[in-house]
Design a protein around this ligand. Structure first.
Ligand SMILES: Nc1nc2c(c(=O)[nH]1)N[C@H]1C(S)=C(S)[C@@H](COP(=O)(O)O)O[C@H]1N2
Ligand SMILES: [Mo]
Length: 334
């Protein structure tokens, strides 16, 4: 949901962040919402999305390679209840297909996922173009139940399928001066109706420091719930970086580039004061326009009124990733 005003001409207003609870707890916020007409819109878009969730029945189906064992990567399985498939596949951010949560499920059927290639280039000894088939065969796939926490204040628990990105990185042998990895999503205006819209610069680009990309938790994902990814979730291949806000996990990747400079990422370019390069889930660093202390679990009883839960440092993966940030000021490097 967008209103025109911000630095790039737009102001992002996240319907998920505008709950009736926060509305009546904060009179000023209520007045603002009333003034912009957003209070009703937030409720209406929630109801529409909920109706869509009930109607998601066509699922992409199993892929032989995905019938793998559970992960042996420490921290890759949470005991929390997994989000229902219908919610995970109908409440999405994939701005190439629209900015409302229901848009990707409705519009992403136009995405053409075969044939698909991912180009690995830049500061590596063995640059290569991988077909999706090459990538699927590159390493054994496993299932990992990760939380995904969006910067907007909602979260899900999803059984992703894939393998550690480090498996691919080892194959291409980064050069000694490679310090960062850039992830580029497909930007095809013919099949992605919102590529070209002014909300972000296209293609969607994200990045990690090389050690973050090498961390075993960083997943190159081809599936979820034991099936291939539905288009709206970033088919045929996406990243899942579970200790960072969801936007770091680029979807429908076509290029992985190794560099010596911090990549310019799509959200950082759109609003540098709101979306830093690191974007580690951190309840102690507020987004300039809202708190990050709590989150709403999608699909939980109560819908828009569900009780919020406390957001955990590094989304609960501090034991696995905290040491990578020793000595880094996480308030400055948000
Ligand atoms: N290419 C691309 N990747 C993207 C996005 C996007 O708009 N385009 N949105 C990001 C955001 S903000 C989030 S929260 C997650 C959402 O993933 P999900 O829809 O599978 O929950 O995808 C991320 N990856
Ligand atoms: Mo997000």
């Amino acid at each position: 949901m967008l209103i025109k005003t911000g630095s790039n001409g737009f102001q992002h207003v996240f319907s998920s962040d505008i709950t009736p609870v926060s509305v009546y707890q904060n009179r000023r916020e209520l007045m603002r919402l009333m003034a912009t007409g957003m209070a009703g819109a937030a409720m209406a878009s929630w109801a529409a999305r909920d109706a869509l969730a009930q109607s998601v029945t066509v699922r992409p189906g199993k892929l032989a390679a995905l019938a793998g064992a559970k992960s042996n990567v420490a921290g890759a399985i949470t005991m929390e209840k997994t989000t229902d498939y219908k919610d995970a596949s109908s409440y999405n951010n994939f701005y190439e297909f629209g900015t409302d949560k229901a848009d990707p499920a409705q519009n992403a059927h136009t995405l053409k996922t075969t044939p698909w290639t991912v180009e690995v280039e830049g500061l590596v000894k063995k640059p290569a173009k991988y077909t999706l088939e090459d990538l699927l065969k590159l390493s054994a796939q496993e299932e990992r139940v990760y939380r995904l926490r969006c910067v907007e204040g909602w979260s899900m628990v999803i059984p992703w399928v894939g393998y550690s990105l480090s498996e691919l990185i080892k194959k291409v042998e980064p050069a000694s001066n490679a310090k960062f990895v850039e992830f580029v999503s497909l930007a095809d205006p013919k099949t992605m109706p919102f590529v070209g819209s002014r909300v972000l610069e296209w293609p969607y680009v994200e990045g990690l420091r090389l050690d973050e990309a090498m961390n075993p938790l960083t997943l190159l994902s081809f599936g979820m719930y034991g099936e291939v990814l539905p288009n709206q979730s970033g088919a045929p291949v996406r990243l899942v970086v579970p200790w960072k806000y969801g936007f770091k996990s680029g979807k429908s990747l076509v290029k992985i580039r190794f560099t010596d400079k911090e990549p310019k990422t799509a959200w950082n370019k759109a609003a540098a004061n709101e979306y830093g390069f690191y974007s580690n889930v951190n309840p102690n660093v507020d987004h300039p326009r809202w708190s990050q202390a709590t989150e709403r679990r999608i699909g939980e009883e109560g819908g828009l009124f569900a009780k919020k839960r406390k957001t955990l440092m590094f989304n609960g993966y501090e034991a696995q990733v905290g040491q990578m940030y020793a000595g880094l000021d996480l308030k400055k490097n948000f």
